[in-house]
Write a protein that binds this ligand. Sequence first.
Ligand code: FAD
Length: 413
Amino acid sequence: MKKVTVVGAGIIGLSVAYYLYKEGAQVTIIDRDPAGDKTSFGNAGSIAVMEVNPAAVPGVFWKVPGWMLDPLGPLSVRPSYALKLLPWLYRFYKAGKQKESLRIHRALSALNLRVYDDLLPMLEEARLTDKLHRNGALIVYESDAGFEADKPTWEMRKKAGVEMQYLSANEARTLEPALGERVRHAVFASQAAYVSDPKVIVDELRQWLTQQGVKVIQGEVQNLHVADHGVQQIKLTDGRVFSTDDVVIAAGVWSKSLAHLLGEKSCVESERGYNTTIQQSGITLSREVIFAERKFVVTPLSCGLRIGGAAEFGGIENKPNYKRSAVLTKLAKMYLPTLKNTEGIAWAGHRPSTPDSLPVISRSGLHQHVFYAFGHGHLGLTQSATTGRLIADLVFEKNANFDLSPYSISRFS
Ligand SMILES: Cc1cc2nc3c(=O)[nH]c(=O)nc-3n(C[C@H](O)[C@H](O)[C@H](O)COP(=O)(O)OP(=O)(O)OC[C@H]3O[C@@H](n4cnc5c(N)ncnc54)[C@H](O)[C@@H]3O)c2cc1C
């Protein structure tokens, strides 16, 4: 039986473990904090299949300096980190060229439009189907200009297979009566969904995998020794050493340094996001609402109303600035006038973001038995099961009939 070790117990590592287990592998997951407070636990819970356009659309690069001048705006760069971010920014700039942006749009569409084929079987087997709410998502606009500016991207999405419908403000308020008068236009994206609570999904999936015999080991990977035809060795910081046939690196934003240990170049940065979860909000929503111009989202999770957004580039070590979470709740109050409470649990997490908005789903370019599954940015929960399926196909050398070249790690070398 093939022994495969997955480094990382976030939603990506767990989904990879699920599909490897389904293929009959003997799977071990190693994580320094398997039940910890990581990115996969605190996200907005959206299955955002309609997000098939890259962050770097043509022209967006030139808006970045303006956003950066506002320290609590939707995007910011910590001054102490600005120089380190230059290589990422340069690639981001290149990804925003017309032709490149179209190529990325096609690659994102290919992943997102098959999401439910891979997600539903996994949720069903782990008895989590009742935690998925397929009610679509509502994307709202407060200005005619903002709505008109986004229309071409909606037309692009529609052409790619995203089901969407333009709504008037009143139609949007009929769907979600909590929305106030500020809303002027909306789009309904019917294929979107949300999960009751992303933490419940990862906790229950991990427990279910354990019940099926997948080993979950708590420990921090310090080094990896690979031999192309032999056994791989994984050394932990506490001195323990594990042997395995294949290794999958699925360690979110930390994957960059693990890939580096193996001599492999990658380009992934922490794009820190923030949210506040309010238990007694007084707001009832039936689906995720996305506030397009202000770049934040509100999701009605079972643990409370989660208001999240922001994109802060400051590396992994900088402390979070929770003023951002507070700013987001103030914004939400403008759109949801009956929000009766803006106090809640503030949280921040590292989105593992690549400059081209595409994840790395790839065999190593240097080592036959090493695989990578990271860099999912804003869409890790959405693309989790599909990533798991594709990595299992790679490990078991199955012909998946799916072009993996856009997601290859070799694009960074
Ligand atoms: C505010 C916010 C909102 C978001 N909303 C959504 C959303 O609505 N929908 C969506 O699809 N996505 C969303 N995302 C993105 C999504 O959460 C991430 O893309 C996803 O969680 C990444 O999962 P991961 O498993 O790759 O990484 P992580 O969840 O970060 O897991 C990586 C794991 O690797 C472990 N690890 C790292 N280094 C080592 C080591 N050396 N040894 C052992 N273990 C190690 C860590 O402990 C960690 O458990 C959001 C993100 C944020 C921040």
